[in-house]
Design a protein around this ligand. Sequence first.
Ligand SMILES: [Zn+2]
Length: 251
Amino acid sequence: MVTPQYWKLRERLGPGGRRRVRAGVDAVVAPVLGSVRATGATTRAAITFDDGPDPEVTPLLLEALAEAHVTCTFFVLVAQARRHPELLGAVSAAGHEIALHGDDHGRLTELGYRGAHRYLVAARDELQSLARAPVHYYRPPYGAQSVASYLAARRAGLEVVVWSADADDWTDRSVEQVVRDGLNGLEGGGILLLHERLEPDPRNGAPTTSFDRIDMARRVIAGARDRGWEPGTVGELVRTGGPRRTAWFRP
Ligand SMILES: [Zn+2]
């Protein structure tokens, strides 16, 4: 579905052209094959943390979120949850939403429909029993998705959630720059992608960053509130404003 020619064409269109093409494609494709990219909520924005739990970051992050009276969505890796079940339990007990980011951060685009379905059902079932909470949402690692892996997720009863704003928090920069990028792309009803931990990518190696992720979370919450959006979970936003879907396919 996604070929090198597609990426060349995408570059040539530029941002305005890409937006028009996306709107046209979404009008046809998103009702059938759409991933949740944002919601219709206007006074709330979802903050999401991927790749955890992490023994150093998660406990401090939970403290910061409790101080700010904020609940978020955690797209966790089952492999990490298995290593640190007590951290997963603490995230869930604090009222945050537990969602699936996969078992081992592998690209489902490489598994085919049957393989992806088997992988997702096993990962979802294990996560639900570790968290003792229902799991409804799935975010594909790297945002990598094929039509087959999308259909496998839906067949497994999972709603695919991507993002509308991205702080690029796997690139080592100052915390101010990271927070500015994240908030600049955000709007009411938006879904912001952040990481509590960075899983090494076999294609590109392990990203290392030195900024403080707890400081990042505090600043993002304060910045969202300054702009008039109360941070919340994906589930709250979907229930408030309904999902906004897009055709999201990447290799
Ligand atoms: Zn990830």
